[in-house]
Design a protein around this ligand. Structure first.
Ligand SMILES: Nc1nc2c([nH]c(=O)n2[C@H]2C[C@H](O)[C@@H](COP(=O)(O)OP(=O)(O)OP(=O)(O)O)O2)c(=O)[nH]1
Length: 136
């Protein structure tokens, strides 16, 4: 059986807005929007991987808050798991340093204005359900 590899995505919130990132590669995914993040490396916790990926990809310092229940299959052997996260005080503003060519802070009314990757749609919905339930 193939080993499952976790891709962590951040539902990064600031002032009630959610950060969406537009992928610049690979060609099959370029132009679609996702939750920033990446693959968990061997020996790394998902939370540590997410903090690392946010630093590498966006130049920010952030902390994870809560796991969003559920996981979503990506191209095998990858599976997407999501954590809510916040910028730490004093963090730089996110910039598309790696893997992305645009960023948007989405207000609640704008959440579906971007062309999310298909597999991110249920993940974003589950994130909203978690927030609606009062957990943060
Ligand atoms: N980061 C992230 N990747 C996602 C999401 N949805 C989704 O299908 N993917 C896919 C895209 C990629 O095929 C894979 C994650 O790869 P990545 O390129 O972000 O990971 P990484 O930074 O560790 O990349 P690498 O250069 O080490 O390969 O998962 C998502 O919301 N966030």
């Amino acid at each position: 059986m193939t080993e499952r590899i976790v891709v962590v995505g951040a539902a990064l919130f600031d002032s009630g807005r959610l950060l969406a990132a537009r992928r610049s590669a690979p060609p099959a995914l370029a132009g679609r929007w996702e939750l920033p993040g990446g693959k968990v490396e061997p020996g790394e916790t998902p939370e540590a991987a997410l903090v690392r990926e946010l630093r590498e990809e966006l130049g920010v310092t952030a902390r994870t808050v809560a796991r969003v229940p559920g996981q979503w299959p990506l191209k095998a052997p990858y599976v997407l798991q999501v954590w809510t996260a916040h910028l730490l005080p004093g963090s730089r503003d996110p910039e598309p340093l790696q893997d992305h060519d645009a960023l948007r802070w989405l207000t609640p009314g704008e959440l579906w204005d971007v062309d999310w990757l298909d597999q991110d749609v249920p993940a974003v919905r589950a994130t909203l359900a978690l927030l609606d339930s009062g957990a943060r």
